[in-house]
Design a protein around this ligand. Structure first.
Ligand code: C2E
Ligand code: MG
Ligand code: MG
Length: 691
């Protein structure tokens, strides 16, 4: 047992141990084995050890393991009786907390009254904190408190022990709620796993980590992305915790998204680019989701670019993109994959009917006139479709759609008919669509759009033609080309025709009330004409709306004229037409020149007019044969006392040529497109007032 001898002072006898206990610094004496033999009272004051706790224990038990090497080296250099250079080590207190201690020691082994290594140990934790804080701890705390970044201290279990104001500013939670709570309580479910993993790995290898966590916000449903840096300072006496700093990366994420958007989107139109489209298609195929691929190419883009310049071309492409985005369902992918080439991916479409209808809807959306800064322009679009099956690859689907698009383009040549390469709808698809049409007729989805017919010489309005439209609840507005075959196949001629006539008569009734009486041309199918009660039905509808049968023009195709014999229980179209004629309606032969028309047929019927098919009108400007056909038809009609209506008049030049050859009436986009009821009423009202 170490004995410390009393020292004699002049005034009397003073116990040296009493004197040592008065010192603010810890004084320790270690024996040769490094075990504690003596500690003064400061050891208990500063580190909380009682005599029973320190007596006989190895000094290394109380040292931080990382500081062993420093301690051993310094002990080896301790000179006899001389106090050498101080070293800094971490020493644990009775509660397991770490204190930063500055130690100087001297070797007094040879002195029997001491017999060991004397260490003077000073706690410099506060001093170091002071140094870090630049001499002003309160100010430093204020700076941290108002820092825009979150600063938090966690204990080894991830419990928040202190937090600055940024946490409240960014996430809304009050410090009183946060302190004492696990950090995980404020982390969104999707980030929880990551946090647990990071805390686990930190407690294993004490490595600093940086992660992005989705954080909850008080009173808001939205989450906020925060990037957190975790630094393990659990063994740092000054800090004694895991220091977490976090900053808001919402803006950073936005920039990141923008960059990604730029890399995967077309800058001009904002649509997906080829690479994004390819990776989406690849994903659909990989997860086995059925998908329809529509390849779209503009028909007359180059002339617009060449004639009006690239700015006009860009403007046009942007408008095309907007129409495409409108024409598809949310979730479909619309991409620009080349100068004037686009691809639509419609996941979930697995049938030809829906796919073909989508392609038709896209074509018709894109062929409407564009209003550019340089004036109005018209370009068509050709679309080809392919549908995925278990054998499909990205390349095969795109190639199929591309081929069908080219077939459509070469077949179309300015007309609105679909490509011959179009896949046939299968029986069950036809059935489904026919059911939808039957139900749609009942719900009022089938309506008439009206297109004005104008006198080429007086410019007066001489009639309107009713053109059927089906407002399909999912596919939007459909033109007759996409559903007329269904009407016929499903035997819906009568209800369909009745819906169109009813819709047109309602609009004409409104015009009648305004004092405007316009002849109404309606298209009748063979199925309608074969129905024994068609004439009665038409007369009833027309008169119910206060219109005259003399106002009605029945348009029939040459095919109707050729079907002369009645099936069992049916009438022959001839009979029905005679009855309609007798009731006051005029008859007009539609699409003249495209079918089997011969003079015999024309003479056999009590016709009032012929409609020259639009393909001849379209070719008039450039093709001498087409011009000749128009002249012959006009001459023929003259001779027979019939009026001639030219269809599909799109340009002023066509109008002029038709007028010169003596054609009577004209109908076409030049004057007006087919208009829905409201648009027709206002167009006609103002046209009649002006002309
Ligand atoms: P259609 O009777 O020959 O009607 C003229 C077609 O040409 C309409 O097509 C019209 O929108 C289109 N058109 C008009 N002006 C122009 C133009 O300037 N340029 C071009 N390229 N086209 C123009 P839509 O409405 O698609 O009708 C197509 C055909 O469907 C009609 O040809 C008609 O045969 C038939 N159809 C329309 N509605 C009915 C109906 O209610 N019943 C029956 N049975 N058939 C109908
Ligand atoms: Mg017609
Ligand atoms: Mg026609």
């Amino acid at each position: 047992m170490l004995a410390i001898q009393p020292t004699v002072l002049s005034a009397g006898v003073l116990d040296a141990t009493v004197l040592l206990d008065c010192l603010p610094d810890v004084v320790l004496v270690l024996d040769e084995a490094g075990c504690l033999r003596y500690a003064n009272a400061a050891a208990e004051r500063q580190l909380g050890w009682t005599r029973a706790q320190w007596m006989g224990r190895s000094a290394f038990d109380l040292l931080h393991p990382d500081d062993f090497a420093v301690a051993v080296a310094s002990m080896g250099t301790m000179q006899d009786k001389e106090y050498g250079t101080p070293v800094e080590v971490r020493v644990s207190d009775a509660d397991g907390g770490w204190h930063l201690m500055e130690i100087v020691g001297a070797n007094h082994h040879h002195r029997t009254e001491v017999g060991g290594l004397v260490l003077v140990v000073r706690d410099i934790t506060q001093r170091r904190m002071w140094e870090i804080a630049g001499g002003d701890v309160a100010r430093f705390q204020q700076v941290i408190q108002h820092s825009p970044s979150i600063t938090m201290l966690l204990d080894a279990d991830g419990i928040v022990t202190s937090v600055n104001g940024a946490f409240t500013r960014l996430l809304g939670f009050d410090p009183s709620v946060v302190i004492g709570e696990s950090l995980s309580a404020f982390v969104a479910t999707e980030s929880m796993g990551l946090l647990v993993e990071v805390l686990g790995s930190m407690s294993r290898d004490h490595r600093n980590t940086s992660i992005e966590l989705s954080m909850k916000r008080l009173d808001r449903d939205e989450l906020r992305p925060i990037r957190f840096e975790f630094a393990d300072l659990l063994s740092d006496p000054v800090v004694a915790g895991i220091v977490v700093s976090g900053y808001d990366v919402t803006e950073l994420q936005r920039v990141r998204n923008d960059l990604e958007q730029m890399a995967r989107h077309d800058a001009l139109t904002g649509l997906a680019n080829r690479s994004l489209m390819l990776s989406c298609l690849d994903t659909y195929l990989a997860i086995g989701r059925p998908v329809a691929v529509v390849f779209i190419d503009l028909d007359r883009f180059k002339p617009v670019n060449d004639l009006f310049g690239h700015e006009a071309g860009d403007e046009l492409l942007a408008q095309v993109a907007a129409r495409l985005a409108q024409a598809v369902r949310p979730g479909d992918v619309v991409a620009r994959v080349g100068g004037d080439e686009f691809v639509v991916l419609a996941p979930g479409i697995s049938g030809w009917t829906s796919a073909t209808l989508l392609a038709e809807r896209i074509e018709s959306a894109l062929s409407a006139q564009y209003e550019l800064s340089v004036g109005p322009v018209k370009v068509g679009a050709s679309a080809g479709v392919a549908i995925s099956d278990s054998m499909s690859s990205v390349a095969s689907l795109l190639a199929d759609a591309d081929v069908r698009m080219y077939e459509a383009k070469s077949e179309r040549r300015g007309t609105t008919t679909r490509a011959a390469g179009e896949p046939r709808r299968n029986a069950s698809e036809r059935r489904q669509l026919a059911d939808a049409l039957a139900a749609g007729i009942g719900r009022g989805e089938v309506v008439a759009h009206l297109q004005p017919i104008i006198d080429l010489h007086s410019r007066k309005l001489v009639g309107v033609e009713a053109l059927a439209r089906w407002n399909h609840p999912d596919l939007g507005e459909l033109a007759p080309a996409s559903f007329l075959d269904l009407v016929e196949d499903a035997g819906l001629d009568m209800p369909f025709g009745a819906a169109v006539l009813e819709s047109a008569c309602r609009t004409l009734e409104i015009l009648n009330v305004r004092g405007i009486q316009v002849p109404l041309a309606v298209n009748l199918s063979v199925g309608q004409l074969a129905h024994p009660s068609l004439c009665e039905q038409v007369v009833r509808t027309v008169t119910d709306h206060g219109l005259d049968m003399e106002q009605l023009i029945i348009e029939i195709t040459e095919r109707a004229m050729l079907t002369r014999h009645a099936a069992a229980g049916m009438s022959s179209p001839d009979e029905t037409l005679q009855k309609l004629r007798a009731a006051g309606a005029a008859l007009s032969l539609d699409d003249f020149g495209t079918g089997f028309s011969s003079l015999t047929h024309v003479r056999r019927f009590p016709l009032a007019s012929l409609k020259i098919d639009q393909t001849f009108v379209a070719g008039m400007e450039t093709c001498a044969e087409d011009r000749a056909v128009v002249e012959v038809v006009v001459g023929l009609a003259r001779g027979l006392g019939l009026q001639v209506v030219a269809e599909g008049v799109e340009t002023v030049k066509q109008w002029e040529m038709l007028r010169q050859v003596g054609c009577d009436h004209a109908q076409g986009y030049l004057m007006s497109r087919p208009l829905d009821a409201d648009a027709a009423v206002s167009w006609i009202t103002s046209y009649v007032a002006a002309v």
